[in-house]
Design a protein. Sequence first.
Length: 417
Amino acid sequence: MKAHRIELPAPAGPLRPSEARFELTPRPIVYAGNRVRLLVNGEEYFPQLLAAIEAARRSILLETYIFADDNIGARVAAALAAAASRGVTVKVLIDGYGGGEYARKIARELGVQGVDARIYRPERWWRLERKLLRRLHRKMAVFDDALAFVGGINIIDDHNLPEGERGRLGPRFDFAVMCEGPLVAAVALASKRLWWTLSFVDPRKISGRVPMMSMQPLLSAFPDGVAASLLLRDNLRHRRAIERAYLDAIERARDDVVIANAYFLPGRRFRGALREAAARGVRVRLLLQGRVEYAIQHFAQRALYGQLLDAGVEIYEYVPSYLHAKVAVVDERWATVGSSNIDPYSLLLAREANVVVYDAAFGRQLRSVLEHAIAADAIQVKAQDYARRAWLAKLRDWIAFGALRVATAAIARGRIY
């Protein structure tokens, strides 16, 4: 895999006070004039990410859920260390659960090489504290406050699959976007605020002054750019931002809804929106996980198929490998790429980040990729076949759904999914 050479754009000059008003509000701000490039799988993502690391001259902020001990992890770690050695301020945040023990090891190694690497919530889940379920699940990177990546791709090789599956299955199916323009300021501010919050919680971790919270001017818009928003989910001001954006888009749909999601366990309102869209003549297609990665989630998801199929929703299961995508297209004019699944974990607990692009050309591109996957790599779940499945399979699905529903109610303090 060869890294592409990238020249990072310089930030625009300071804005006048009246122009510099910028805030991450619960309702997403739409920024015009962005260049947003769709990246499919690590094959397209990592060459661009490595090139951006090599091109950075001032600062790098990287957040990930998984930083794997494989060839991709080693290449990214080496590139980050090289950036730090040439004077770039490099800050890396890895989730304490997703990253596992290797996250602690790589953080120590990067720290010796000048990278400020930290673990988000390093506590173990066996302590059974509710707060420990609130993980850092978003995958974002910002370079020189001028270029940003947002998506669902962790720092892991596409072919780094569970034991027994390596070499037998294809690459993990996932997406990210590479962004330039005013939207980058929103991504940068989100990362800086989280970094500052962690420093505030543990003052011992503050390294020198804290320039990371300084307000950056919005970058100049590209005349040929597209409108886009950053959607965040956290437990403060953005609890339902991503779910609300999905619902709004689905409720406004007139022709077509295509959703590809790895872990699909939507709440009643979300399921109702999909059924209502299908009832008014919108073609609704779901591309979902066809392989059993996490048994309870997988079978709980299948328990919901009946009510969706009966409403006319088309369901396809991706089978060549593990589906890790969290993307959607509505009427071509609204498309989202990010880290958020449509399940209780993502919509109620984790820190997530999605980009929404309001552009027909981008929507057509993403829909084309998804339609190819549906046609070439997925099996359609037919309503009659689903209804005829064995009673033991039906019982298994509903037991799994009931278990997750009870767990969700306990975690979310009564909010039933």
